[in-house]
Design a protein around this ligand. Structure first.
Ligand code: NAP
Length: 282
């Protein structure tokens, strides 16, 4: 039986077991996917020793994503660019790592929007400059968006994201938001604002293009106030659950040998858990 894990500290809130457990049952694979709580102090030993416990790999979440990058034999280009690893696997006795948040973000937009969404958008506004914003900005740069405006409360953190693609990314303080919105074909919230227990994101979408796509990577609640406002204005709204589901695909394929599909059945399964209100994040 092949075994994989999600390692973090704390880890009880993780929804990854729900996703991988669903696929193991759907594809009738005799595998297991387990939560493991490991402190930062014990993480280097865990990284070197998990194969001896019968694991073939796993997901890495907060606070170990940077330490995972430092402790593996081979990191993907994307993991190196983001400075963080969220997916580990063994190959020829070596430890490999990737960051699948870019895949998850782009695959979600690909599934929800017309195929040429990136060309049509041209310019994006990304709100926030934390860990998730790095994946979003790197993904948009990969897709060739000409201009990616990063708007953040702390301007120095926004400025640090320009290094991901200096020709495409521009950093701004929050005050610039209203003047940037009219040119953006894509607006993405990567701040934690709008999440259950957090203040709402204060934004007026009135100046947006009629064809603008509004994406919120927050998925608790699934329908954030930002997405509700976008829908009320007739704009295309893309929720954050798809990013979470799609980022899980590459890991499952590596550990269990089958490339799983993100289906309505999986969405319903995870949505039921969101509605039940168990936990907050990946
Ligand atoms: P993070 O690294 O802590 O970054 C949080 C961001 O929110 C920062 O830019 C921060 O601004 C901003 N922010 C927080 N409170 C604010 C406030 N009161 N006013 C203005 N800005 C504020 O968090 P993260 O890991 O990037 O995650 C952000 C959100 O994305 C979370 O809700 C998380 O659950 C979600 N997420 C979703 C997925 C998915 O698969 N859908 C994946 C990853 C994360 P400063 O820089 O000024 O502090």
């Amino acid at each position: 039986m092949r075994k994989a894990f999600v390692v973090g500290h704390p880890i009880a809130h993780s929804r990854s077991p729900l996703i991988h457990g669903y696929w193991l049952a759907e594809y009738v694979i005799a595998g297991r996917y387990e939560r493991i709580d490991v402190t930062p102090q014990d993480f280097p030993a865990f990284l070197q020793g998990f194969r001896d416990q019968g694991y073939v790999g796993g997901n890495v979440t907060i606070p170990h994503k940077e330490a995972a990058l430092a402790g593996i034999d081979h990191a993907s280009d994307r993991a190196r660019r983001l400075g963080a690893v969220n997916t580990l696997w063994l190959e020829d006795g070596k430890l490999y790592g990737d960051n699948t948040d870019i895949t998850g973000f782009l695959a979600n937009l690909d599934a929800a929007c017309p195929p040429d969404w990136a060309e049509r958008a041209g310019t994006a506004v990304v709100l926030g400059a934390g860990g998730a914003a790095r994946a979003v900005v790197a993904g948009l740069a990969e897709r060739g968006l000409g201009c990616i405006h990063v708007v953040n409360r702390s301007p120095d953190k926004a400025a640090s994201l320009t290094r991901l693609a200096p020709d495409q990314v521009r950093a701004h303080p929050l005050d610039n938001l209203a003047t940037l919105l009219p040119e953006a074909g894509l607006i993405v919230n990567t701040t934690s604002l709008g999440m259950t227990g957090q203040p709402a994101l204060e934004i007026d979408l009135a100046p947006c293009r009629a064809d603008a796509i509004v994406s919120d990577i927050v998925y608790t609640p699934l329908e954030t106030p930002l997405l509700a406002q976008a829908r009320a204005r007739g704009l295309r709204a893309v929720d954050g659950l798809g990013m979470l589901l799609h980022q899980a695909v590459p890991g499952f394929a590596r550990w269990f040998g089958a490339t799983p599909q993100v289906t309505q059945g999986l969405r319903d399964h995870v949505c039921a858990d969101l509605v039940a209100g168990k936990g907050k994040s990946q």
